[in-house]
Design a protein around this ligand. Structure first.
Ligand code: OXD
Ligand code: MN
Length: 601
């Protein structure tokens, strides 16, 4: 294993910073770096009365989202990265990156950030060292991970760690010593987000934005994490994690995978509309799930904060998020109000009469452009969430009862479907598709396959990843396996209106799922899985027409057959890596569909 100090020296020799700072995650460090960034103009301090200790950053217009096209999995064999990942030969990529990183920190400070993903003393925790030349990244890492000198002690004691190297790629001097003007948001038009799954290394160049730069998140917890998980027999997943308490006072833990910007944070902080039910937040983006000593799957949230999408987050849609954001927040690319606070579309019904938009320009209602970037974000520590679960930080993790897979689907997919068994559940996860959102570059609204919501995050061949899910299921006794469900809050009527109110009303779906786990409700067996008996589905106090309720559960065999054909093409695109079990599941689905027409509850 690499030695941390030697690695830092090696990187410093290559990147040639003016200074090296070892970070400790302390309040003093936060105060010092925020003060420095406010005086350099990179952060705007918000009104201390309205939003204490909170800041606004505006990125470059070309650095606003994860850059999937520029994200690479560099395994020795291309086949091991699989058809859903960009691949380059590791040695070639290393030499290309070495050239880019050569002198990339001239005139800047190199920060060494020791961080833990997961509670530091948890057997499920993993450690990393991020080297970055961005103080904004250091501050975000404070909120999103556990930054602590204790991580260095853990590494010194022999624990494995992931070297994660980041540079915005905007030196302040050239090789000859000539000054280069500082950018308002330093970044480089050439971007590389690179994972080496075999040597467990991360190199990220050219972007200062979220998932490209906060290397503990997508790069380590998912791309490197999934490769570690495969080798070590656990699961690194793009899932929220909640504790649900029933009116009888019984606790259940539920994980749910949704593609980016499909309401994971809203579901993670759900305020149930049905009496007696409670939801408590454990995580909103990533879950690490491992077989525990009791033979059940146990989950932790490796993160310590939320990096949530701001637009659409309001008192009506997510009051708990709004309360979480009352202080100690870094906002990125939202709008600034005249009294030094923040605003974004959906925060209030009406926009203020005047704002400074995310580009720094004057803005008034009626403008052609949104005031906040559609992928503008907040970074905030999870322990500020008013409904944070008492076991969110538990080193043993929480026992998992149910796993949900969802997407944004205007058609076809019912509100909730229970899988027939684990293998069928894996098939459901493998075949998720969703309408694309603004979290990544690309055309919003286009339908894309997003297996397990891991398309941009799986660090190895997706077909092998499905087999790994099958293997983990097989290693758990059937009675101890979490049950798998598919959900879709986004189904629309022929007239294009949402059929289901969503948000807090999704608690009704959670209730059905839990009552199903308890064997308290029946289900209708359909070709695609088990759906509720409508008369047993709780709509008390909800204004929804019988017609809408019927439509939200409707299964049209003909369009499912068309979808199954596309699913077949998708599964086959992984060649010999597609597990035979996935093709069996498809064959069985087609057979069940062939004998049915429209099915309703
Ligand atoms: C995220 C994402 O930022 O999935 O969580 O894009
Ligand atoms: Mn995510």
């Amino acid at each position: 294993m690499k030695n941390v100090r030697l690695w830092v020296d090696e990187v410093a020799q290559l990147t040639k910073p003016d200074e090296i700072v070892w970070c400790d995650g302390s309040q003093q460090e936060w105060d010092r770096l925020t003060a420095e960034l406010v005086s350099s103009g990179m952060l705007i301090k918000l009104n201390e009365q309205k939003r204490p200790n909170s800041y606004l950053a505006r990125t470059d217009k070309a650095d606003v989202a994860r850059v999937e096209e520029r994200t690479f999995i560099c395994s020795t064999k291309q086949e091991d990265a699989g058809p859903t990942n960009n691949w380059r030969d590791p040695a070639e990529m290393k030499s290309l990156l070495t050239e880019l990183f050569d002198g990339s920190m001239r005139g800047r400070t190199l920060y060494v950030v020791p961080f833990a993903m997961g509670p530091i003393d948890s057997p499920q925790a993993r450690f990393g060292i991020e080297i970055t030349d961005s103080a904004y990244v250091v501050l975000n890492m404070h909120l999103m991970t556990r930054v602590s000198p204790r991580v260095l002690e853990k590494i010194d004691a022999g624990n494995q760690w992931v070297p994660a190297l980041h540079s915005v790629g905007a030196p302040l001097r050239d090789a000859a010593g000539n000054a280069i003007a500082e950018m308002a948001w330093p970044c480089n038009p050439e971007k590389y987000i690179v994972q080496f799954p075999e040597t467990r290394e991360i190199w990220s160049f050219g972007s200062g934005y979220g998932g490209n730069a906060l290397l503990g998140k997508k790069c380590m917890s998912l791309r490197i994490g999934s490769a570690l998980a495969r080798d070590e027999g656990w699961l690194a997943e793009h899932m929220l994690l909640v504790k649900v308490t029933s009116p009888a006072g019984k606790n259940y833990h539920v994980a749910a995978a949704f593609p980016s910007a499909c309401g994971k944070t809203n579901l993670a902080m759900l305020s149930p509309t049905i009496p007696g039910w409670k939801v408590a937040t454990i995580g909103d983006d990533i879950a690490w799930i491992a077989p525990g000593p009791d033979g059940r799957l146990r989950a932790i949230n490796p993160e310590a904060g939320f990096f949530g999408v701001a637009p659409g987050t309001g008192v009506k849609t997510n009051p708990n998020a709004i309360a979480t954001l009352s202080k100690n927040v870094i906002f990125t690319n939202v709008a600034l109000t005249d009294d030094g606070d923040v605003w974004w579309e959906g925060l209030t019904d009406e926009a203020p009469a005047h704002l400074i938009d995310w580009c720094g320009d004057d803005w008034a209602p009626g403008s052609e452009f949104p005031a906040a970037h559609p992928n503008s974000r907040f970074t905030v520590s999870i322990d500020q969430c008013p409904i944070v679960s008492d076991d969110w930080d538990s080193p043993e993790g929480v026992p998992l009862d149910a796993i949900l897979f969802g997407g944004r689907r205007a058609t076809n997919v019912p509100l909730v479907v229970e899988s027939r068994n684990w293998k069928h559940g894996v098939f459901m996860g493998a075949t998720i598709s969703s309408e694309q959102t603004a979290a990544a570059e690309g055309v919003v609204g286009v339908l894309r396959r997003d297996p397990f919501a891991m398309l941009p995050f799986c660090g190895y061949n997706m077909g092998d990843y499905w087999q790994h899910w099958l293997n983990v299921g097989a290693s758990i006794e059937e009675s101890k396996r979490p049950h798998i469900f598919q959900v879709n809050w986004f189904r629309k009527s022929a007239a294009g209106k949402f059929l289901w109110p969503g948000f807090g009303e999704n608690s009704r779906v959670i209730e059905w799922i839990i009552r199903r786990l308890e064997g308290e409700v029946d289900a209708v067996e359909t070709p695609i899985g088990n759906i509720p008996v409508i008369s047993q589905f709780n709509v008390d106090g909800l204004e929804i027409s019988d017609e809408a309720l019927e439509q939200v559960f409707e299964i049209n065999a003909e369009s499912w057959l068309t979808e199954a054909q596309l699913t077949g093409e998708f599964l086959e695109s992984f060649g010999k890596h597609t597990p035979a079990e996935m093709m069996n599941q498809l064959g069985e689905l087609e057979q069940r569909l062939a004998s049915r027409e429209t099915v309703s509850a």
